[in-house]
Write a protein that binds this ligand. Structure first.
Ligand code: CUA
Length: 302
């Protein structure tokens, strides 16, 4: 068995290296054998073909050697997989929630954040869920890829000893802004992590809280803050503007005041801004306070 101190990522690397190593040796052997045959059986030396009927020793050799190679490949692969599915008992639990089109992480103390911040050297158990469609929790640096499946809780775990930031992708095509589902895993020293983790979010101002809520709900994958046109209207200058929307197939002009913005957030299919696709999902788990804070934040972008 593998020593327990190896994290699944290291085991996957070892398995990979073993398979690559075996493949390289075989490749080299084949190339050398081909060159040898080219020389030995060249037309100038052997103009007459020979008829060969079976060769028991050769057949046993090319059966036994691959079997001997494939068995350790299976063993390494299987024990690496088993390690990746066996979460250490003292692992720190975090829930990763995928939605179109953002990640959100919920911590045991109620803290919610749009990046995954974890302490260095501690096993982290990530429960993976989806609020809408299939997504996939993909961290190349940790050799992790697990699907987020609606209606089912999946999990993975990792332990990272090196402080730093690592990219977390969505690896399952989940709609128009799939490529925007990128965030970070920040590995902090235990002290730094504790500092961040124990600090409550109550210190945020109302617009700051609104910005955070917009991030958590994945709004910013489609609505820019700086006037850039993505697949939805920008938030910049939105408040107080007159907008042409399609309502029940008719074009009408609406005034983007508090009431209209709120009802557009809560019921995204009510009015579709002209020229944009009707792709906004209905927000889930959005509190009234967060909704108010969102509007307060949008107001600041005039
Ligand atoms: Cu979520 Cu792609």
């Amino acid at each position: 068995m593998y020593p327990i101190f190896l994290s699944p990522g290291d085991q996957i690397d070892q398995t990979f290296l073993f398979i690559i190593g075996v493949s390289l040796v075989i490749l080299l052997g084949l190339v050398l054998f081909t060159l040898f045959c080219l020389y030995k059986y060249h037309h100038s030396r052997n103009s007459q073909a020979e008829y060969i009927q079976g060769n028991l020793i050769l057949e046993i050799t090319w059966t036994v050697i691959p079997v001997l190679l494939v068995i350790p490949m299976f063993y390494f692969g299987w024990s690496g997989f088993k390690a990746s599915r066996t979460v250490p008992k003292d692992a720190f639990p975090v829930t990763a929630i995928a939605k179109q089109w953002a990640w959100r992480f919920e911590y045991p103390n109620g803290k919610v954040y749009n990046e995954l911040w974890v302490p260095q050297g501690k096993p982290i158990k990530v429960s993976i869920v989806s609020e809408d469609v299939l997504h996939s929790f993909y961290v190349p640096a940790f050799r992790i890829k697990r699907d987020a499946v609606p209606g089912m809780e999946n999990f993975t775990w990792f332990r990272q000893d090196k402080i730093g930031t690592y990219t977390l992708y969505c690896a399952e095509y989940c709609g128009l802004q799939h490529s925007e589902m990128i965030t970070q895993i920040a590995v902090l020293s235990p002290g730094e992590f504790e500092n961040w983790y124990s600090k409550a979010d109550t210190s945020l101002s109302i617009p700051e809280r609104g910005l955070k809520a917009l991030r958590m709900q994945g709004c910013l994958s489609c609505h820019s803050l700086d006037g850039t046109q993505l697949s939805a209207p920008t938030f910049k200058g939105l408040f107080g503007k007159e907008t042409i929307v399609i309502k029940d197939g008719m074009e009408i002009t609406v005034h983007e005041d508090i009431t209209h913005l709120k009802s557009s957030i809560l019921d995204p299919q009510m009015d579709i801004v002209k020229g944009f696709p009707p792709i906004m999902p209905t927000p889930k788990g959005l509190s009234n306070d967060d909704l108010d804070a969102m509007i307060e934040f949008i107001k600041t972008l005039r």
